[in-house]
Write a protein that binds this ligand. Structure first.
Ligand code: ADP
Ligand code: MG
Length: 457
């Protein structure tokens, strides 16, 4: 048996000030695999624990197969949880660990055939008579999975089950979890902060930030049509390029997007999406370009929808199957708040203001202050632009495409055979069909929210 899980406007507060989950609404279909994804501290485990009944709901409703379950004890919800830290009984053999939930059920059925079948499914028949301390991390996690599976629960709840394993094993077990849950057809809610894991496992991915659900979509839609700048930045490696920009819309000329030193002319006749940009004239916007939306080629090679710019090579990252070229195009990178775990508010810095930037700078400072002091900054703006030294306080993640000292603003994916020397000025073509525009609060304005290009929805 597998079941539907519905959360309606579910809020969880701890004490007076900590709003760990804020009006969370999600319907999970029977048999569906949903991944809760977001940075550390965004409320993923809290949602999972509320579904399991390990945590009370402060406000809102939780329904299983359409029925409210307030007051139904965790043990009666017929769910199995798998945790990051494996949680096995050290003094029991692995066999006893796996059969423990079956023995707890006190049914007259002999648990042995089920334990054997589960062990076969997980490839751990040979280690059943050992103790957890005699196993590797991957084997231990398989035993923990076995314990969850053997009971044939109606739901699996998994909280970062692979986070303690090394990368190779993680990929291997990821594939096994995918196969296993599909075979069993059991509703699964899986928590992770790893976007690659989320994208490869989930039927749908639910992205959270500061306790608030940002978007729930199929993996490919999360990548192709991110609801806002936070989602666009959280998903995808290398990270999407985000550039500060303004819309230039003269009454008697061609509309363009101004990237400080260079412009992206918008092709005439304007697409409906680009027409919408007209109302942004004069306002700050943020342009998002994934590393595959730009290619190294001359203006003469432009295909319809591609416009030329140029970039100075800062450095190249060789990746084996591809290379990432870091360019300086003279634009200014925009920063997304809260991408990593919540940080303490930075000490207020005195800075010289660029002429005309006063309102924005003040707004940004207040946004920064909010992000640090308010436990639920979720409704606040996502992007902070106009920071003179945007990456100074960021730790560059591997492949995040942000060198610690360089001034690159655009990372472009290219063939590993391309050889470019630092300092070279290189012609680039930007594919406008893959250009995202966000307003200063981080909402996506282009593609317009109602238009989902190329999606079979
Ligand atoms: P995640 O699993 O996404 O890392 P959690 O759901 O564990 O996040 O936590 C969400 C927020 O709730 C965090 O700010 C965390 O500090 C807070 N929190 C979690 N559990 C408690 C608790 N028992 N008491 C107070 N605050 C808590
Ligand atoms: Mg957690």
């Amino acid at each position: 048996m597998t079941r539907a899980i519905s959360l309606r406007n579910v809020t969880k507060t701890y004490g007076r000030n900590v709003r760990a989950v804020d009006r969370f609404t999600l319907d999970i279909a029977p048999g569906e695999f949903v991944v809760l994804l977001g940075p550390s501290g965004c409320g993923k485990s809290t949602v999972l624990r509320m579904i399991a009944g390990l945590e009370d709901i402060t406000e809102g409703e939780l329904l299983l197969d359409g029925e409210r379950v307030d007051g139904v004890a965790p043990g009666e919800r017929d769910m199995a949880m798998v945790f990051q830290n494996f949680a096995l009984y050290p003094r029991m053999t692995n066999r006893d660990n796996i059969s423990f939930p079956l023995r707890m059920e006190k049914s007259s059925e002999d648990p042995r055939p089920r334990v054997e079948a589960t062990a076969r499914m997980l490839g751990i028949e040979d280690i059943l008579d050992r103790y957890p301390s005699q196993l590797s991390g991957g084997e231990r996690q398989r035993v923990a999975m076995g314990r969850a599976v053997s009971r044939r629960p109606s739901c699996f709840l998994m909280d970062e089950p692979l986070s303690n394993l090394d990368a190779k094993l993680r990929n291997h077990l990821r594939a096994e979890i995918s196969r296993l849950t599909r075979e069993l057809g059991v509703t699964t809610v899986y928590v992770t902060h790893d976007q690659a894991e989320a994208m490869s496992l989930g039927d749908r991915v639910a992205i959270m930030r500061g306790g608030v659900l940002q978007q729930v979509s199929r993996p490919r839609d999360v990548y192709a049509v991110p609801a806002n700048i936070f989602v666009a930045t959280f998903i995808g490696t290398p990270r999407i390029n985000l550039l500060e920009a303004t819309v230039h819309a003269p009454l008697d000329g061609r509309m363009s997007i101004d990237l400080r030193r260079q412009r992206l002319p918008l092709p005439e006749p304007l697409s409906p999406d680009h027409q919408l940009l007209r109302i942004q004239q004069g306002r700050r916007i943020v342009v998002g370009l994934r590393s595959e939306a730009v290619r190294i080629a001359t203006p003469a090679e432009a295909r319809p929808g591609e416009v030329p710019i140029s970039g100075l090579v800062e450095h190249m990252e060789y990746q084996g199957h591809e290379a990432l070229v870091h360019f300086n195009t003279g634009s200014r990178p925009a920063v997304v708040a809260d991408l990593e775990s919540p940080r303490p508010a930075p000490a207020p810095r005195r800075r010289r203001r660029a002429p005309g930037a006063g309102v924005l700078s003040r707004w940004m400072e207040s946004a920064g202050a909010r992000a640090g002091s308010d436990p639920a900054p979720a409704m606040g703006p996502v992007v902070a632009v106009d920071d003179p030294d945007p990456f100074a306080r960021e730790t560059p993640a591997p492949g995040a495409g942000r060198p610690a000292t360089g001034t690159s603003d655009l990372v472009v994916r290219t063939s590993p055979d391309v050889q470019l020397r630092p300092g070279a000025q290189v012609p680039l073509l930007v594919d406008l069909a893959h250009l995202y525009v966000f307003d200063v609060e981080g909402r996506r304005i282009c593609p317009a929210p109602s238009v989902l290009p190329g999606l079979d929805v």
